[in-house]
Design a protein around this ligand. Structure first.
Ligand SMILES: Cc1cc2nc3c(=O)[nH]c(=O)nc-3n(C[C@H](O)[C@H](O)[C@H](O)COP(=O)(O)OP(=O)(O)OC[C@H]3O[C@@H](n4cnc5c(N)ncnc54)[C@H](O)[C@@H]3O)c2cc1C
Length: 803
């Protein structure tokens, strides 16, 4: 028994430290030799040789093992369409690959410089962005006009808000991804209509596509015009029969000769399409159109079905119909359908020219990997910060049962969630942007933050609505949250609808692209030279087996010791969370390998399982960005509740997701074994406790540095006539009046004053010298502003009508 124990421990140590197979065999052989000196055992020697001899000789092991695994893998791998393949291959991997590996190299994250604005970018935010926000009246836009006012459109165009990503040599602003996001975030905190209007030209736009794939002539013509809003672009991909499955679009382009610009027999494309939901479509001057290109007469080559192609089409081209407007949930940004019937375009309308025919899907997927990390995460951060600042203040201002709402434990729960989730959103946003600004293009992370940040924003705004009560429900110029609440489903649906993104994309792409070996293994499957393919596969699969063994040992060891001895970065506040992620990363790698092995290609359809894997990897990513944000912001003591809430919440989510995966996976005997390996002492992580919830909520209720840091970058004003300005003024006044209120409360306790805080009570307090005249003014001003802050709008029947 002692010898068995020694052998097992030695194997675990070898596996944990990933000692090469040959060396491990040598060490075990030496151990066997020592054992043989004491106990001669021929059977043991035979077993040892039977196991270790073949697996150390590649030619034997590939015939005995790898060849069969290779064939099995070929049979279980699902067929992938070209669009699926291109979507899978778009972008790169980054920190996500470390988390997938089971043994993250923390320097990848910690060495990333924090995102920063240049002086010029900061000046733009303090100047034109501030002015734009001040010009905007969201109620007027969304109720009266259903559009931005002419002067706002003009200001946006003249100040190059549509040219943030366009290089200076083409007349654009050439801002970093971080600056781009900060700008959208600030505008979103004032008006989602204005934010979406600015987002689209800077996203797919088609400036981004032009920059990466356009011909020089196209860049020279379009980019300077797009930068100053002389051209308003839109991008048309979605149609009635092609929504989430946009690759299935029925829109066609047939290569043929036609008449164009007075000339006959021009080689070009005859297009027929029907698109809908196209943002900026109704006001666009140039249409970025995605369609399937065919060459039935072989006019440009042998291929008949060329594939998805993108063209830039002026909207005044004969045959183009720009329809009427959709009405996306009371948002007033321009959005509508468009279609074309037998529209003939010359070849030079194709984005990138003839060299780029058939590359449209690839271009779109590549662009989406960065675009998806910027626009909606920025909007989510803007909405989260906005709700925290204003609804948090409202919870301080609004009193019921003689107490501010924020004093009630029931209200502190949603307040803490709002603050913690906003902290998470901002961390994920800024860390991802920092990576983008260093040239990374992580596509799985872009899906994670699109999905996670919009969902978390949805939760924050819903919590905000509950706290606002009737003041969130009654629409009007004073209601600052109702319109935001209405627009949320737009963010959930666009740029990859959320259910699909969670259940299909994050783990679907992640398991292949971020896994240290699977992508390389898959790439050997279609190789024509089968001997070479099996030789390559053999090496990979044995590394893979080693990886699984390592993750199993690591999981068990870290589970048993609660990761006490694992080396991670961090300080006294963050160390425990780094350790938890190190442990959960090994668990995740182990369980995902098992799921891939047991379910193979059918995992693609098991969305309940892949959705939970997505939750696990996403929450690990979010937690690590929170740790990085805390460090990058100088490890501020006042932010500790936010740090703890965010880390405990995300870590708990990872644990929960993995636990649920184990209940869903087949072969209970194995999943029970895995559960024991991963959670040998039960589930160790818990949701934030009551005390922490209270501390986190209080950040939103006090005029503190932590509150300012949490809501940094949004539009704030102190105009009493403004919907949020009056909240800001009242909040400050109510806090300034607290010491005076305290004096009155003490006097009320000793029965010197009657109950309440009305004029009579305050006058009596002055008469009895409980407070001074100056203090009376402070408390009366607070009461005046408090009353102003809680008022809601009402309308005559005529005023209810828009326009
Ligand atoms: C306001 C607005 C602006 C837009 N702007 C543009 C634009 O500028 N350009 C453009 O081309 N498009 C635009 N879109 C289209 C947008 O990208 C699509 O709405 C989106 O792709 C979803 O398509 P769908 O609405 O047809 O929903 P569907 O594809 O019908 O999906 C409905 C639901 O089913 C889910 N679902 C679908 N397939 C799966 C699956 N395999 N597994 C799990 N769940 C699944 C989705 O997640 C979603 O919840 C816009 C849409 C809106 C509403």
């Amino acid at each position: 028994m002692i010898w068995i124990g020694i052998v097992l421990i030695v194997i675990c140590v070898l596996v944990y430290h990933q000692v090469a197979l040959l060396q491990s065999t040598g060490i075990l052989a030496a151990l066997l030799l020592v054992y043989g000196l004491v106990n001669t055992n021929l059977y043991l020697l035979i077993v040892f040789l039977a196991v270790f001899l073949p697996i150390n000789i590649p030619i034997i092991r590939s015939r005995l093992i790898s060849k069969h695994v290779y064939k099995w893998m070929q049979s279980v791998m699902p067929e992938m369409s070209q669009t699926e393949q291109e979507a899978m291959e778009a972008g790169d991997v980054w920190w996500d690959a470390e988390l997938f590996s089971g043994k993250p190299d923390w320097s990848v994250l910690n060495d990333l410089p924090a995102a920063q604005l240049s002086e010029e970018e900061q000046a733009f935010i303090d100047g034109p962005v501030e002015t734009l926000c001040a010009m905007i009246d969201d109620w007027e836009i969304t109720h009266k006009r259903q559009d931005l006012p002419e002067e706002v459109w003009k200001y946006i165009k003249e100040n190059k808000f549509c040219g943030m990503i366009i290089p200076k040599k083409y007349g654009g602003l050439d801002f970093s991804h971080f600056a781009h996001s900060e700008i959208v975030m600030k505008i979103a905190s004032r008006s989602s209509t204005a934010a979406v209007t600015v987002m689209v030209p800077n996203s797919l736009g088609p400036a981004k596509l032009l920059l990466s794939c356009g011909t020089q002539e196209q860049k020279d013509y379009y980019l300077p015009r797009l930068a100053v809003g002389k051209e308003i672009p839109c991008f048309a991909l979605t149609g009635p029969n092609a929504g989430s499955d946009a690759g299935a679009m029925p829109d066609t382009g047939i290569i043929c000769h036609g008449k164009f610009d007075g000339k006959d027999n021009v080689l070009g494309i005859r297009l027929n399409w029907e698109k809908r939901y196209i943002t900026l479509g109704p006001v666009a001057t140039v249409l970025g159109l995605a369609f399937k290109l065919y060459d039935p007469d072989h006019l440009i080559g042998d291929k008949e079905n060329i594939g998805i192609t993108v063209a830039l089409i002026p909207t005044d081209t004969a045959g183009v119909s720009i329809g009427r407007r959709h009405f996306p949930l009371n948002s007033a940004f321009q959005n509508g359908p468009n279609w074309g019937k037998d529209v003939f375009i010359p070849f030079d309308y194709i984005l990138g020219g003839v060299d780029q025919v058939g590359n449209g899907w690839k271009m779109l997927m590549q662009s989406l990997t960065t675009g998806r990390s910027i626009s909606l995460p920025a909007l989510s951060a803007g909405a989260g910060k906005f709700t925290c600042r204003n609804t948090g203040a409202y919870a301080r201002i609004r009193k019921q049962f003689n107490l501010p709402l924020g004093e009630f434990e029931g209200i502190q729960e949603p307040l803490a969630r709002m603050a913690g989730e906003t902290y998470i959103i901002n961390a994920a946003r800024t860390v991802t942007l920092a990576a983008l600004d260093q040239g990374e293009k992580p596509s799985v992370i872009s899906a994670i933050i699109k999905y996670e940040l919009t969902e978390r924003m949805r939760g924050i705004v819903s919590d905000g609505m509950d706290i606002q009560g009737g003041s969130g429900i009654c629409l009007g110029p004073k209601n600052y949250l109702g319109r935001l609440y209405q627009v949320i489903p737009v963010c959930i649906t666009v740029e990859g609808a959320n259910i699909l993104t969670r259940t299909m994309m994050i783990f679907g792409q992640g398991a292949v692209r971020c896994h240290p070996l699977i992508y390389q293994e898959i790439q050997t499957l279609p190789l024509e030279d089968k001997d070479k393919a099996i030789q390559q596969f053999d090496e990979l699969i044995f590394r893979h087996i080693g990886l699984i063994m390592r993750n199993k040992v690591t999981s068990f060891w870290l589970g048993l010791t609660n990761a006490r001895f694992v080396k991670v970065p961090g300080d006294k506040n963050t160390n425990q969370y780094f350790k938890a992620v190190a442990r959960l990363s090994a668990d995740f790698a182990l369980v995902s390998d098992y799921a891939i092995m047991i379910l193979g290609g059918t995992l693609k359809r098991k969305e309940r399982i892949s959705g939970r894997f997505a939750d696990a990897i996403s929450n690990m990513y979010l937690c690590t960005t929170v740790l990085k944000q805390f460090q990058d912001q100088g490890s501020q003591e006042e932010d500790l509740p936010l740090l703890h809430w965010a880390c405990q919440h995300t870590i708990f989510n990872v644990q929960q997701a993995l636990w649920e995966v184990l209940t869903l996976l087949p072969v209970k005997a194995i999943t029970c074994g895995l559960r024991f390996v991963i959670f040998p002492l039960g589930k160790p992580y818990k949701e934030p406790g009551d005390e922490l919830v209270g501390q986190t909520a209080r950040i939103l209720l006090s005029d503190s540095k932590a509150r300012d840091r949490l809501t940094h970058g949004i539009y704030v004003n102190e105009k009493e006539s403004d919907a949020t300005g009056r909240i800001e003024c009242a909040f400050k006044a109510v806090i300034a009046a607290l010491p005076v209120e305290k004096k009155i409360h003490q006097a009320q306790k000793s029965k010197q004053l009657p109950k309440g805080m009305d004029e009579q009570v305050i006058s009596q307090a002055v008469e009895k010298n409980i407070i001074s005249k100056e203090e009376q003014a402070v408390i009366e001003e607070a009461e005046r502003l408090r009353t102003l802050a809680i008022t809601v709008d009402d309308f005559s029947a005529d005023e209810m009508l828009p326009g």
